[in-house]
Write a protein that binds this ligand. Sequence first.
Ligand SMILES: *Cc1c(COP(=O)(O)O)cnc(C)c1O
Length: 223
Amino acid sequence: MIISSSAYRNIRRQLDAHDATLVAVSKTKPAEAVMELYEQGQRDFGENRVQELLAKREQLPEDIRWHLIGHLQTNKVKYIVPFVHLIHSVDSAKVLKEIQKQAARIERRVDVLLQFKIAREDTKYGLEWEEAREILQSEAYRQMNYVRICGVMGMATFTEDEALLRQEFRKLDHYFRQLKSEFFAGDPAFRERSMGMSSDYAIALEEGSTMVRIGTLLFGERS
Ligand SMILES: *Cc1c(COP(=O)(O)O)cnc(C)c1O
């Protein structure tokens, strides 16, 4: 069961006030749940696994904008490149190269975000600051004419410690600004800070989020 339409509209209003995009995270939920939200006007949906994304896409309207928000294995890149709206989870030079390769093959520009490690927890995925700079300074990146880097993504520590959350979101916002001035000055496409989930999105918005990824609040707890 998904949330009531008034609760959905309330979340949308909060985001609109910050000019932020709502990515409804439908992982583990059936296509019917996606459809319910679609009928209320939602078009951006996020999945963290390629197989699940592909399966749902087949059952759902074509104008849905699909976001890949989970770790992406290089061997899965080719399946999503033909249609994906935004890949939030670029966490290595290797996966970026593969996206370029597959995108060039079909001559489709693919929009991506660089995922950074910002949490205190020892999370597996995400770039360190220096790693990201190395990618952007590389000759290989300079020749990538089919990937467009549109900003950054990060996941904060799973905590109720508001000060820590703010600190981590600020870190991501700081990375965004540094990259903007060093590599993307004057590029209006480089604008997204994908941060904030069900439990922390209000704080993320205050700290400059332009895109929040919300699952539980919209679709209920996952089993
Ligand atoms: C599951 C997931 C979310 C949404 O989490 P909720 O707490 O259910 O809102 C956001 N981002 C990523 C990367 C996720 O995997």
